[in-house]
Design a protein around this ligand. Structure first.
Ligand code: GDP
Length: 304
């Protein structure tokens, strides 16, 4: 239900335009496919993904000769569902699922303002509700307010947090956090990281160093590198995904702020284009406004 609500604007915009496209037509022709292509691109699905969808539909139209606009609707649905990667890898997104590692270490990355801190808070809450012990690490030591913001979420979710003072080495915070998690026998570790954009090179080096030091303490940690993207920024989110996936091994995506945006189409393109599964979506500012991504549910919410 929350997903339905979160997808409201995207749905009404996408479906409204799609309905206008096919109104008065009964078969799919080249002109309609051109219009569909434009609709998908302007719905922030992304050019690469749009071209793939259109190619497949074109093949089908060429093969079947006659394709009704009703069939087109079903085809678009199928294509979209198919292009989105499944989240069924060895890193369960489901908060109730048994975790393959103890502690299960998640490093959360992304540009400032995308909703990183909020997502960590929501995840902590959900893991805790599922009966797991969680430890947070305040790894954004660069931004003055970042530590306090995470602290607010740590109180809200009632989950402990490891911090050092502003300006200290983020890799040292990561190390401390992992060490504390091992000592406390925590189930899940959520590490925040810096998201400054203006010194990008430095940031990517910092993230690599954090990763390296964590794996010294717990083999294979971090088990998940979760990239948080703000869906409402559309193509900006795609560009950020490009930057981060180039430099750090991103294993999953969290798309935030789907509520209140018509740009939900970005969820489809970003996963397909970078071959990284969408794990979570944010549909509000509260503790409970995080959902484990389910592509079937997403497509259903999109088509209403
Ligand atoms: P950070 O800089 O990446 O850590 O971003 P924050 O977690 O501080 O979030 C920035 C702003 O986005 C805050 O005002 C959050 O309340 C808001 N926000 C985060 N996630 C969502 C979401 O899913 N929906 C909405 N509507 N707002 C969100």
């Amino acid at each position: 239900e929350k997903l339905d609500k979160g997808m409201d604007k995207t749905r009404s915009s996408f479906m409204g335009k799609l309905n206008r496209l096919v109104r008065g037509k009964d078969t799919v022709d080249a002109a309609l496919l051109d219009d569909l292509e434009e609709l998908l691109v302007t719905s922030d699905v992304g050019v690469d993904t749009t071209l793939d969808i259109i190619d497949h539909i074109e093949e089908r139209v060429a093969r079947d000769q006659y394709v009704s606009t009703e069939e087109l609707n079903a085809m678009i649905r199928e294509e979209i569902a198919m292009l989105m990667l499944d989240t069924e890898d060895e890193r369960p997104a489901d908060f109730d699922a048994e975790l393959p590692n103890k502690p299960h270490v998640v490093m959360v990355v992304g540009v400032n303002g995308v909703g990183k801190t909020t997502t960590i808070g929501k995840m902590a809450h959900r893991y805790k509700q599922a009966g797991k012990s969680v430890l947070m690490g305040a790894g954004d030591t660069f931004r003055a307010a970042a530590i306090e913001q995470l602290e607010i979420w740590s109180e809200r979710a009632d989950v402990p947090m490891i911090k050092q003072k502003h300006g200290s080495d983020p890799a040292a915070v990561a190390f401390d956090t992992i060490e504390a998690a091992v000592a406390r026998d925590s189930d899940v570790v959520l590490i925040d990281t810096a998201g400054r954009l203006h010194t990008k090179g430095g940031l990517m080096d910092e993230l690599s160093k954090m990763k390296r030091i964590m794996s010294r303490k717990v083999p294979d940690a971090p088990h998940e590198v979760l990239l948080v993207l703000d869906a409402s920024t559309g193509q900006n989110a795609i560009r950020q995904a490009e930057e981060f996936t180039k430099s750090v091994d991103v294993t999953g995506l969290a798309l935030t702020k789907l509520d209140g945006t018509a740009k939900g189409g970005v969820v489809i393109g970003v996963s397909h284009q970078f071959q990284v599964p969408v794990k979570y979506i944010g549909v509000g500012e509260g503790l409970d406004d995080l959902q484990v991504f389910d592509r079937k549910g997403f497509v259903e919410a999109l088509f209403g």
